[in-house]
Ligand binder design. Structure first.
Ligand code: GLC
Length: 584
């Protein structure tokens, strides 16, 4: 029998409208605190036009499916006009829709349809950089050194006798130097010649904006208002720990490391204190809208910083509402590693008064089924590893139940609810992720989780595209996608889909889930067990051997077969103790 030990650092928060009635997306102003949002990677969700690329009308057509799944809202990856060097994270016009994805009227129809179903709509916003096709950057190139548009970016003279060396040694996140040199237009008398350099923390087609220039902040205020006036419920803020760079742009102490990890290790280019001013400004702007109708407009940040304590600064009460806590995503499948990151999050982040925002998958990461299919946690895939996909799937199911039982909010990446593994063997010639090319074909991590979703049928395009037979999805779908198609998943009560749907439904019905207390329970060495609120138990067996079930009670849901009184290996389960309130 397991005994309860209290977790310090969290206390129950007062109940609020919506949560009590089990409607997380209900009437509460702070609806986001325990919401579950579904990430739609628009190009790969559903194609309504037959060009092989998903679009906004496709998303609209898929809304009833998402409603049935039971999420509270959607986050749309960027759909703005863009040359697509980084699939829309290179924005050429912040107030439009790329024709590939639709138009503003279609966007309005999508928002209206989502709202009719009670789903929130959160859109991606990319403030750290724009596209090299953005009118500001084009003007900056044309006007030459010293011009007003150059001051909105980081232009600098090079080092070396002829300025032939970059202004500093920073490396770009996606490989190569973080600086590119431009060709100056030349005056009436002079021919074009090599000139200044500009900074780009990602690809050369994504020049970094200079947030020390007030014109940049003013511009983004207008952009936020444009979309808020169209009815969006919030923004997912790209690269939210970026934006400000050290004012002197000095050399990085360890430039090679800057390329090795996404955790913002160049302390001169990331996580500068000034960035918090921007989040205060954006929060005040969003609160203006919330004050009008009593519904918060959510700011959820992509915050990659090394520690939970640093992370917590981004969700102080007057800053972002949420920030993805990636430490769970990057934890290896190991009981101690999971407990440590959960503990840190609940202590440091919940201590700010915010909630923790849990995430296991997204469009930048190897999918959980594959990540957990080997030893440790793969950060890249080579296609040659000895994957045990059944084991990965069992662990991914268990991790999902764990995530949905933790206090706070959660994000589910499209296809996660289908148990899609990563497509690890895409041929080089179809890969589109700029990281692949910019690292000399060394790193392949992001195309494999972006393959268009399978909806129905036995062969590609699996109902993804409504076009003619010859219409091909923009990334090829493997034959085995048939096993994961939504029509099969809905028909099979043992599928991932039903696990997610049942978990989400219980989460709404159980007063203990969502926000509230978590108490760790004593458990066998490979088992993580905790009690939520009054009598809701969640336990995960990280080992392979069966362990005794944590407490007597009524089983509610498990990620795999659970014989009475036993928690098999790689399995998670929820119980209610006999004295606890039961779900309605
Ligand atoms: C974020 C996005 C990623 C994109 C990068 C540059 O990390 O999630 O997809 O490539 O920012 O905008």
């Amino acid at each position: 029998m397991l005994t309860a030990t209290p977790h310090s650092g969290i206390s129950p928060r007062p109940d609020r409208a919506g949560a009590a009635s089990g409607t997380t997306s209900g009437t509460a102003r702070d609806w986001w605190r325990d919401a579950v949002i579904y990430q739609v990677y628009v190009r790969s969700f559903l194609d309504s036009t037959g060009d092989g690329i998903g679009d906004l009308a496709g998303v609209r057509a898929g809304l009833p499916y998402l409603k049935k799944l039971g999420v509270d809202g959607i986050w749309l990856s960027p759909f703005y006009p863009s040359p697509q060097h980084d699939h829309g994270y290179d924005v050429a016009d912040y107030c439009g829709v790329d024709p590939t994805y639709g138009d503003l009227e279609e966007f309005d129809r999508l928002v209206a349809a989502a709202h009719r179903l009670g789903l929130k709509v959160v859109i991606d916003i990319v403030p750290n950089h724009c596209s090299s096709e953005h009118p500001w950057f084009r003007a900056a190139l044309a006007e030459g050194p010293g011009g007003e548009h150059r001051a909105r970016f980081h232009f600098a003279d090079g080092r070396g006798p002829n300025g032939e060396l970059p202004p500093n040694n920073w490396r770009a996140m996606f490989g190569g130097p973080a600086w590119s040199r431009v060709t100056e237009p030349g005056g009436p008398a002079g021919a074009p010649e090599p000139g200044q350099w500009y900074l780009h923390l990602f690809t050369p087609e994504q020049p970094d904006l200079n947030w020390r220039n007030p014109a940049v902040a003013e511009y983004f205020d207008r952009v936020l208002r444009f979309w808020l006036d169209r009815g969006v419920d919030g923004f997912r803020v790209d690269v939210a720990a970026g934006l400000f760079k050290h004012p002197d742009l000095p050399d990085s102490p360890d430039p090679e490391a800057d390329e090795r990890t996404r955790d913002s290790v160049n302390p001169l280019a990331w996580n500068q204190p000034e960035v918090h001013e921007v989040w205060r400004r954006w929060r005040a702007l969003c609160d203006e809208y919330a004050d009008r109708d009593g519904q918060d407009r959510l700011l959820v940040g992509e915050v990659s910083v090394p520690t939970a304590r640093e992370h917590a600064k981004y969700v102080r009460p007057d800053e972002l509402h949420q920030a993805f806590f990636f430490h769970l995503l990057s934890a290896p499948w190991d009981v101690d590693a999971f407990r440590k990151v959960i503990d840190e999050a609940l202590t440091d982040i919940a201590g700010t008064g915010s909630t923790v925002t849990w995430v296991l998958n997204n469009h930048d990461q190897v999918r959980t089924v594959t990540r957990y299919a080997g030893e440790g946690c793969a950060s890249g895939v080579s296609g040659t590893e000895p994957w045990n996909v059944d084991l990965g799937a069992a662990r991914a199911r268990a991790a999902a139940l764990l995530m949905l039982a933790l206090p706070g909010a959660a994000y589910v990446y499209q296809g996660e609810e289908l148990g899609l593994p990563e497509v690890v063997d895409l041929p080089d010639e179809v890969l589109t992720d700029p990281i692949f090319r910019r690292t000399g074909s060394r790193r392949r991590i992001r195309d494999g989780c972006r393959v268009p979703l399978p909806w129905s049928g036995h062969a590609s395009p699996f109902g993804f595209t409504s076009g003619a037979e010859e219409a091909r999805p923009w990334l090829p779908q493997p034959d085995w996608f048939a096993e994961h198609a939504t029509d099969r998943a809905l028909a099979d009560t043992r599928s991932f889909w039903h696990l997610y749907r049942d978990g989400l439904q219980l989460r709404r019905g159980l007063p203990q889930l969502g926000e509230g207390t978590l108490r760790w329970l004593d458990a066998p060495p490979e088992v993580l067990a905790f009690e939520r609120g009054d009598g809701l138990i969640c336990a995960v067996n990280f080992g392979t051997a069966p362990a005794p079930a944590p407490v007597p009670g009524t089983p509610l849901l498990s990620s795999g077969e659970c014989p009475d009184g036993v928690l098999p290996g790689s399995t998670a389960a929820w119980w209610v103790t006999d004295t606890a309130p039961h779900p309605h």
